[in-house]
Design a protein around this ligand. Structure first.
Ligand code: AMP
Length: 492
């Protein structure tokens, strides 16, 4: 059975401070070093519950501070075993965090390392696509907190590089995406290696029947901890939908960047091919651009991401899988260059901006072919979407613009098919295939709704939008004549 925690607003009038929690000074110091002043709502709700030892089903979007929400209390519990011994036997894996993608695993690991920095607890991260040897060496030295993608973890388990028989805490992070990617059989195999007596936390942006069944299979009497409708978009994100033609999309992005004085943005597309091509086109336009998609090596992806985080790249053109879970502080805007095929991806995409309370802008470029997809988004976010016209600030005759090789969309013959298959299989480890999906009889049973599991968000309303911040990129030159975006602000 799933029970709900009381609403955060009822619990605390003002945002709660971390020092009101039973956390050790070395953790509080790390939190202070990270510059966190007060807890985010998911932290205020989840940390006491995890400290109390309950299983948790956390409904929280990425960007809400959920990593600290689960890792701080787990680190607190593990401090009891902290030791300076060099012996690997004194550093068994006690907490296992499973994440769907390499990028998310890396990001979670970096956060956990930050929180554990004043302790002697060891944190390691293993994911596929790179050499196993350094990971093996680290595992053999002993680590208390292991963050892993499922496929690579199974490889290490098979190679006997790590023992999981002392795991006390398990976190399934972004569980919805792990199921989307097809990791259920891998998760089942991994969970079978773990001691039955353990504390399990499951975080997911959405709670489909499959996720609820997963929770019912592997969590014991979990407490539902939620802070916002998981299918709702962050309230701090201003969402705009512009009606444009395919050929005008690039000019639209450039114009909005300029008019909103946006320094950086992620531009989402639906296909790998589209990402590579669009990145090249933006480069030709003079924007420093990197592409992030499944055909890039792990090393290239991390380098592109680092360059973007350092501000050396203006635009990151990304597919959904590659960008999944990315945490980039202060990202002012995301563009949906292509409207996602799956409405939930819309929520994930725009969750890249407006994080941890900051404001953000999400612009969707909608063509006539996209009406069904926009309708799906409308249903999911339960908000009427108004399509706005976009007057392009380009004095050149339209035909000339289209004829120019560098400025319009590629000729139809060069364009990717309208419906390329989703890219998510790239995130799998190499040896897994769709055909390999095993069946769990539990999941074949019809789902029975549990009235107690009805989440609070289903009654909540989306909150109003907020304005964006602005800094002018050195690569984006302001132009004299600027057309006003309907309803938007103009900056000369
Ligand atoms: P997450 O949802 O865990 O990916 O976290 C999103 C971002 O919020 C990360 O950059 C964290 O460093 C940041 N963050 C987490 N907790 C807090 C907090 N209490 N105050 C300020 N920033 C936070």
């Amino acid at each position: 059975m799933i029970t709900e925690t009381p609403d955060a607003a009822e619990q605390t009038a003002a945002p709660a401070r971390f020092d009101t929690l039973a956390l050790a000074p070395k953790l509080l110091q790390a939190i202070q070093d990270a510059g966190y002043e007060t807890m985010t709502p998911i932290q205020a709700k989840a940390i006491p519950v995890v400290l109390a030892g309950r299983d948790v089903m956390g409904a929280a979007q990425t960007g809400t501070g959920k990593t600290a929400a689960f890792s701080l209390p787990l680190l607190q519990k593990m401090l009891a075993h902290e030791n300076a011994s060099a012996s690997p036997a004194r550093h068994p894996v006690r907490a296992l965090v499973l994440a769907p993608t390499r990028e998310l695993a890396d990001q979670v690991a970096n956060n956990v390392k930050t929180y554990a920095r004043h302790s002697q607890l060891r944190v390691a991260c293993v994911f596929g696509g790179i050499d196993m040897a350094p990971q093996t060496a680290q595992l053999k030295r002993g680590v208390e907190v292991l963050i892993a993608t499922p496929g690579r973890l199974l490889d290490h388990i098979q190679a006997k590089n790590c023992q999981l028989n002392q795991v006390e805490y398990v976190v399934l992070d972004e569980a919805d995406r792990m199921l989307d990617i097809g990791f259920l059989p891998d998760l089942q195999r991994i969970l079978a290696f773990l001691p039955k007596k353990r504390q399990t936390l499951l975080f997911s942006a959405t709670f489909s029947p499959e996720i609820k069944r997963l929770a019912q299979s592997y969590l014991q009497d979990p407490l539902l901890v939620e802070v916002a409708r998981p299918n709702a978009t962050a309230s701090t994100v201003e969402q705009r939908f512009y009606s444009v033609s395919e050929d005008d999309k690039r000019a639209a992005v450039r114009q909005i960047l300029r008019e909103r004085s946006l320094a950086q943005a992620i531009v989402f597309v639906n296909s790998k091919l589209g990402a590579a091509r669009l990145a090249r086109s933006f480069e030709r336009d003079g924007l420093n651009t990197a592409a992030l998609h499944g055909d890039k090596s792990q090393d290239e992806r991390l380098k592109a991401l680092d360059a973007f985080k350092r501000g050396e790249v203006d635009l990151l053109v990304a597919t959904d899988v590659a960008a999944r879970g990315l945490d980039i502080a202060d990202l002012p805007a995301v563009f949906n260059f292509d409207i996602p095929f799956n409405a939930e991806d819309y929520v994930h995409r725009i969750g890249r901006t407006g994080r941890a309370g900051a404001s953000g802008l999400a612009v969707s470029l909608v063509t006539r072919d996209d009406s069904r997809l926009v309708g799906d988004i409308e249903k999911l976010i339960r908000r009427k979407i108004d399509l706005e016209p976009l007057e392009l600030d380009d004095e050149r005759p339209r035909r000339r613009r289209m004829e120019e090789s560098g400025s319009g969309a590629p000729p139809r013959s060069e364009r990717p098919p309208a419906r390329e298959p989703r890219e998510y299989r790239d995130a799998r480890e190499p040896r897994r295939s769709p055909a390999a999906t095993a069946r769990d009889p539990f999941f074949d049973r019809p789902y029975e709704a549990d009235p107690n599991a009805t989440p609070v968000w289903e009654r909540a309303e989306a909150a109003p939008a907020a304005p964006t911040r602005s800094t002018l990129s050195r690569f984006i030159k302001p132009r004299r004549k600027v057309a006003a975006l309907l309803g938007g602000k103009t900056t000369g």
